[in-house]
Design a protein around this ligand. Structure first.
Ligand code: SAH
Ligand code: SF4
Ligand code: F3S
Length: 475
């Protein structure tokens, strides 16, 4: 019998992408192989996101297309994994009856068994049924696994299953206990659960033994790490422990919450040279009134004070942020305060999101009163302000030589791309794929809004590389 082929697409955040890697590792242990393209797959899995309506709409539309394919290919198994599975549960089947499995993020621990169960059930159904005459008649196995409590963190990770040779994500905590009024994540991901320090260090060590040199720790409020564990280990303590791994060269962590940026973490960031020199510290809004109604738990002044403390101790740090525009009741004056704060902090990078009401959240009860066109305008204005700041920083790098961890081939032929300790994207001319996964010196020669262009400098071949799977990522 030929091995079943799967195709898995991630629609969400880094945690969602890491979950996909863990799901893949489970399926591969079971003998499944990755399909070269979705059209070749026996099992099509969508690892979904609910954070904004747009993310969900992409999945609904994809599911509509798979329904048409399943009419002529009844053996096809269609699975919805992740946050939309958790959020919609059985409603998902009511809207998309051709779906064979619905698995929330807390049930990934036995995803292999669930997929097998759905395949078997769907196979039996396909054998018994008359072929569907219309797409509306297509029925799936409808296996639902949510609220199950066996998260991806219980999976013993196969460190060879990863998209990049020298970089890896490591989950250090799941869930979120914060009360942000607009956000669905606490619903889809549940309560905060931190992993023990020893488990994280062991996984990191195995990754580094397999050639990883850069690890990014993941958590929704990553700097609140450990408060639920015995002895309350902190992120600072964890960073210090990981720092001891000799083969590790760069250590980053996302996403931090302003309320948990305390003195011990700031000291660790200042003292540990392997820690990447950027902090993703979303502020969401520059208006105290909006921050209060969002229940973010800090004021602009408090945010600025924390940033000042960080920069006093570690002046080479750059700040990254997220902003939401068009939150219910956000006035033009509130919005102008966001623009002013963005400029004042001089963020190196920001994601800007148009507010999207999420059913069941506190904010969804408020009138979504900023018109779509106005949300769009504010989004563009804030993005343009950020671009100006990013470009200015990039231009300041022209003439400097920076260390780049080479990630993959650039979209432009004959160029490779990688990132600096500040997470700055740098492209340089080279077609030497041997450089993938190495840390190389590149002299920046010109700057664009979202990246820099540079020239590879002479270097010794001591950059670490691994023997793992080679996949050339598109930048
Ligand atoms: N835990 C992280 C990120 C959570 S989701 C944090 O707290 O920073 C990533 C980003 O999506 C958030 O920072 C926020 O800017 C945005 N976001 C969350 N819910 C949203 C919503 N309902 N509408 C628009 N943007 C949203
Ligand atoms: Fe959502 Fe707030 Fe938790 Fe971030 S901290 S995941 S924005 S609830
Ligand atoms: Fe989306 Fe879930 Fe991540 S809602 S942002 S995939 S935690």
């Amino acid at each position: 019998m030929t091995a079943p082929k799967y195709h898995l697409t991630s629609y969400g955040c880094q945690m969602n992408k890491l979950d996909s890697e863990l799901v893949e590792s489970k399926l591969r242990q079971l003998g499944y192989v990755a399909a070269p393209a979705e059209a070749d797959a026996d099992v099509v899995l969508l690892n979904t996101c609910s954070v904004r309506q747009h993310a969900e709409d992409r999945v609904w539309s994809k599911l509509g297309k798979l329904r048409i394919r399943k009419r002529t290919d009844p053996g096809l198994v269609v699975g919805v994994l992740g946050c939309m599975a958790q959020e919609h549960k059985r409603y998902l089947l009511a809207r998309m009856p051709h779906v064979d499995l619905v698995v929330g993020p807390s049930a990934f621990g036995d995803i292999d068994r669930t997929v097998e169960q759905a395949r078997r059930k769907n196979g039996e159904l396909a054998a018994e049924r008359e072929p569907a005459r219309t797409k509306h008649e297509v029925q799936g196995a409808g296996v639902v696994q949510v609220d199950h409590g066996v998260s991806g963190d219980t999976i013993v990770r196969d460190v060879r299953v990863r998209p990049h040779r020298s970089q890896a994500f490591v989950s250090i905590m799941r869930g979120c206990n914060m009360p942000c009024t607009y956000c669905i994540v606490p619903t889809t991901r549940g309560e905060e659960i931190s992993r023990p320090v020893a488990d994280i260090v062991e996984e990191a060590q195995r990754l580094c033994d397999d050639g990883v040199t850069e690890i990014t720790l993941l958590g929704q409020t990553v700097n609140a790490y450990g408060r639920d564990l015995p002895g309350k280990p902190t992120l600072a303590l964890l960073l210090r422990a990981l720092h001891e791994i000799p083969a590790l060269r760069r250590l980053a962590f996302i996403t931090s919450h302003p309320n948990f940026l305390g003195p011990d973490l700031i000291t660790a960031l200042a003292e540990l040279p392997k820690v990447a020199r950027y902090l993703h510290l979303p502020v969401q809004s520059g208006s105290n009134r909006v921050l209060k109604t969002m229940r973010r738990g800090y004021t602009v002044e408090r945010y600025l004070a924390r940033v000042e403390q960080l920069l006093a101790a570690a002046p080479d740090f750059e700040l990254h942020s997220d902003f939401i525009v068009g939150y219910p009741g956000e006035t033009e004056a509130d919005f102008e305060e966001s623009v002013a704060l963005l400029r004042r902090v001089d963020f190196a990078q920001s994601y800007v999101f148009k507010y999207s009401p999420r059913p069941g959240t506190v904010a969804a009860e408020l009138p979504d009163d900023v018109p779509e066109a106005e949300k769009e305008r504010r989004n563009q204005v804030l993005l343009a302000a950020q671009e100006e700041l990013t470009l200015r920083r990039n231009v300041a790098h022209v003439g400097q030589t920076v260390e780049v961890l080479v990630e993959g081939a650039s979209k432009v032929a004959g160029r490779l791309s990688g990132r600096t300790v500040h997470h700055r994207l740098v492209h340089f001319a080279s077609d030497d794929l041997e450089l993938l996964g190495q840390h190389v010196p590149v002299r920046v020669t010109s700057a664009l809004a979202h990246s820099c262009i540079g020239e590879l400098q002479a270097h010794d071949a001591a950059g670490a590389r691994c023997a793992g799977p080679v996949e050339v990522g598109e930048q």
